[in-house]
Design a protein around this ligand. Structure first.
Ligand code: HEC
Length: 205
């Protein structure tokens, strides 16, 4: 019964996500229990669940970033990202009951460099884009955990801080970036390029 409820809930959540992706949904505090064992129950859809979680985290981070840029400008927003990006994703992870992080092959913050496995998935997603397809999310089971990988693709707004110096990145912003991140590798992007991935680690149900 619990599982049926859950199934309906996830279906609703999924539909909600598809149709109202841009809006920010409220968090659902359902903690799935693994007591009932039903034979016809289809396998839990980790890929969709992880996508929902990555979408929430992206939406919260994006909103905060836009607010920072609009209220005090791009240079200030760099400082904001410097202080807030990791705490925001961490607190999202707590709310959502899964671990969430961003990783990349060209890090601004060295802590966000992907490990070997993650880098290989980044390369696969880049290959998707090179082949004219959209980058596909991936799912892996590692040490008994279900891990979803979701592409982070650039748009024009990102180029204010991840594009080219003096072209899309203003000199003042660039200075601030270099000051906070002397080993920054996260510039030179165009729109619609793979900037990294969300990595969502879920408990196996
Ligand atoms: C106002 C400047 C600014 C804008 C605009 C911006 N970023 Fe960033 N970005 C940063 C900073 C600063 C960091 C480092 C955050 C940290 O220290 O964790 C960062 C880090 C990241 C990371 C984590 C990996 C890494 O390199 O450390 C990703 C992924 C990322 N940005 C993607 C994007 C995308 C996609 C967009 C557009 C939707 C975007 N950023 C827009 C400043 C910006």
């Amino acid at each position: 019964m619990m599982k049926n409820k859950l199934k309906i809930l996830f279906r609703i959540a999924f539909l909600f996500m598809v149709f109202f992706y841009a809006c920010n949904s409220n968090n659902q505090n359902e903690t799935p229990k693994e007591s009932v064992n039903m034979v016809e129950q289809p396998q839990f859809d980790y890929l969709s669940e992880g996508k929902k979680i990555a979408g929430e985290a992206q939406s919260v981070l994006g909103k905060n970033l836009m607010n920072a840029i609009n209220s005090k400008g791009t240079k200030y927003a760099v400082e904001f990202c410097n202080i807030e990006a990791i705490p925001i994703t961490d607190s999202m992870a707590k709310v959502l009951g899964a671990s969430v992080k961003r990783v990349t092959d060209k890090p601004r913050n060295p802590n966000n460099l992907g490990n070997e496995t993650e880098l290989s998935y980044i390369n696969r997603m880049k290959a998707d884009i090179q082949n004219g397809e959209t980058a596909k999310p991936l799912m892996a089971e590692i040490n008994g955990k279900m891990i979803g990988y979701y592409p982070i693709v650039t748009n024009a707004m990102c180029l204010k801080c991840h594009g080219d110096k003096d072209v899309t990145i203003e000199p003042e912003t660039y200075k601030k970036i270099k000051m906070l991140y002397p080993s920054d590798k996260a510039t030179g992007y165009a729109a619609n390029e793979l900037r990294g991935m969300w990595v969502v680690e879920m408990k196996k149900k």
